[in-house]
Design a protein around this ligand. Sequence first.
Ligand code: HEM
Length: 406
Amino acid sequence: MERIDLMDPDVFVSGVPHDYFTWLRAHDPVAWHDEKDGTGYWLIARFDDVVEVNRDWRRYSNWLRASSLEDPVSEEELRVRRLVFVNQDPKQHTRTRKLVRGAFTPRRLQQLTGQIEAICADLVDDLLAADEVDFVHDISRHLPFRMVARMFGVPEADWDMVLPWVEQVTNNQEPAHNPGLSSRFEVQRKALEYGHELIARARRDGGDGILAELLDARIEREDGTFDQLSDDEIASFILVVVIGGVETTSHTVAEAIGLFADRPDLYDRLTAAGECPPSLVEELVRWGSPAMNFRRTATEDHELGGRTIKAGDKVVMSFSSANRDERHFADPHTFDPWRTPNDHIGFGGGGPHFCVGAQLARLDVRLMLNEILRRVTRFERTGEPQRLRSNAFAGWLRLPVTATGR
Ligand code: HEM
């Protein structure tokens, strides 16, 4: 079959190419793809192979050339990317991750639950007050954004200014969010500057917020001295949480609404149950795989899936493909909100970079769907939806719907 250029974000405007992935899994599960402006890469399509690459951090490095599909354009960009732990390998990764994990403890999540419920209630008020909404633009993106904004102390007066930045940084391939398609590095620089302002404010104001905690976080080194995060590392952490958390969570909720609008029978069964089953959240993440893929760089020559991978080769794990692998999931192209078991790898395949925000994402999505199931009886589409132009995140750019309340 002719290769599809997965580096090209236009490919995803017509949807995730699942037919192509199905073919690759059957015929060419570790497939070499040439790149127009790059080195070329191996695309890993099967579940078991993705898990192997994801776990074997010695052989597949995040540090060497960072973890996103596009190569860093300069050594300076690579240096800045490496400040954040998603672009580090153990032991350095382990150290940074330990320092930031205070931001996501179960106690912290419990403290956030009331705030998340209040945000969900406000958003469903907005949904029901409007005749028609673009569910992504008007509703779903605001839930994770407001959560993250509260976590990092972004003043409410800045929200209207900061949200478009967040979308520009995250979706730099989408002209609706990044007019002029400025380079990612350029738009990230502006966001990092704002991160430094938030840090300065937290340092001045103190309090018990996450930033104050990160400023204080210390871990003991083997020699008994203590290690702390630098301001650059904290600013990069804010950036990666924003990039990792806002778009993915928003798409997961929006994916549900598209399905509910098309399948009123399914929606009725879920509303009859009265609340969102945890299995629905897991199935949405498997089905939609909003974080489609991550990149690694091989550290040595070796064999995978019968192919010889050379040291320095670019290796791309497709979570979208692995989560539809018929060797692993029964009926993988059927959306089943009660699927059990469902050991999808939408949050990662169990390696050291497993999504640090997975529990927060699950909580956000479950509480939002609870509120929706309780108060909305029906969704209907009111216009053509549009997919996001992105080779990193899968989801809707626009999803026009109308909702009927109880
Ligand atoms: C449905 C929502 C989400 C999905 C599908 C998702 C998916 C992922 C995936 C696939 C990875 C890479 C795993 C790997 O390489 O093994 C990841 C990493 C990460 N995610 Fe998420 N994520 C979601 C929500 C969030 C949220 C809400 C946050 C923060 C508030 C977050 C922060 C991060 C961070 C910081 C990393 C890097 C972790 C590391 O390198 O150690 N994510 N996520």
